[in-house]
Design a protein around this ligand. Structure first.
Ligand code: SF4
Length: 335
């Protein structure tokens, strides 16, 4: 048995990833896999809370994001990679947790209150979405996750999972499930092509993997410092979305070049965007090919997914056995 602490994390299967997911999570995962026993899930039940009318997209989406994780360096031999819906034990533990979670705990979740109006508009004001934090607690507990990588601003979200797990252990008087702790990670704020927070709903994302032509087009369309109207006007990189991307992917030398060239009007925005394109393209060039390879050779990807789901199921079954035992819930009669 591994002595490493166990890390659990996941991403919703809403489609191909954007670059914000790389800097917000994936980049950290790639480092964590060397020091921890990692479980990374493609969370399709979470995506289904508002994509239930597009259920046929889930498999494609899950395969795509798993291919992207691997293409960027997640190693299926070091981590357990799984698709949430293919480990049905999540739903059994969900039922256990749903019963012991008071409605008031969910009602107080700020992200629920803030989202209600938007959810109503997209016909997703539903029980599944309301109970989303319960399923999140399950996702961690079912693998006995010790640590969950989060940014400082997400620590409070994890607290509800901890409370649910603590309540389970308290009611059934057995420390079956570890209370997960936050593993604080650096997650820079990633802005979109228009300078607002990067979000698919704003249409301002840069895909994590894009073909060169498409990437060039995205870079060329990026908003710049609005005060820099003509080529000879000096600009302010601090307010420019293009420069914010440079800060994510460019070397110190390129940053200096862009910042000084902008302030002195020594470079034009076209040159600055061309450099950004080149640096972004360098980041995704190799993964782009690797992703293509994985999706074209579906047999190899299928076996990675099947093995990961199998490994995840074995862990989940063991946890459920202990859960039922602690609850004295048919233990000994079934399973
Ligand atoms: S030169 Fe670069 S940093 Fe300055 S406004 Fe143009 S795109 Fe932005």
């Amino acid at each position: 048995m591994s002595t490493k602490k166990r890390v659990m994390s996941g991403m919703r299967t809403t489609g191909a990833l954007h670059i914000g997911r790389y800097f917000g999570a994936l980049k950290n995962w790639i480092e964590l896999q060397n020091d921890y026993e990692c479980f990374f899930g493609a969370m399709d039940w979470h995506a289904m809370t508002n994509a239930y009318k597009r259920s046929e997209d889930m498999e494609k989406n899950a395969r795509e994001i798993l291919a992207e994780w691997i293409a960027f360096g997640i190693d299926p031999d070091k981590c357990t990679l799984f698709i949430q819906s293919q480990v049905p034990e999540h739903l059994e533990l969900f039922m256990v947790f749903a019963n012991l979670t008071p409605m008031g705990w969910l009602d107080r979740v700020p992200t629920w209150k803030d989202a209600i109006e938007d959810l109503k508009k997209e016909d997703a004001y539903n029980l599944g979405r309301f109970a989303y934090p319960v399923l999140q607690a399950v996702d961690i507990a079912i693998y006995k996750g010790d640590l969950v990588p989060v940014g400082q601003d997400q620590v409070a979200h994890l607290e509800l999972s901890r409370e649910i797990i603590r309540r389970f252990n308290g009611i059934y008087k057995k420390e079956v499930l570890p209370e997960p702790k936050p593993l604080l990670t650096e997650t820079p704020m990633v802005y979109g092509t228009d300078g607002r927070k990067m979000s698919t709903s704003y249409g301002n994302v840069v895909p994590l993997i894009a073909e060169e032509k498409k990437l060039k087009k995205i870079c060329n369309k990026m908003v710049t410092d609005p005060q820099r109207v003509r080529r000879e006007d000096p600009g302010n990189p601090d307010v420019c979305p293009v420069y914010k991307f440079h800060k994510l992917v460019s070397t110190n030398e390129d940053l200096k070049w862009a910042s000084e060239g902008c302030r002195s009007a020594g470079i034009g925005c076209g040159e600055c965007k061309a450099k950004l394109f080149s640096n972004l393209n360098d980041l995704m060039a190799e993964p782009r090919e690797k992703k293509k390879e994985l999706l074209n050779n579906s047999g190899a990807l299928d076996s990675i997914i099947a093995e990961g789901c199998q490994r995840a199921r074995e862990e989940a079954r063991e946890t459920l056995k202990e859960v039922r035992g602690a609850m004295k819930f048919y233990s000994g009669v079934i399973n």
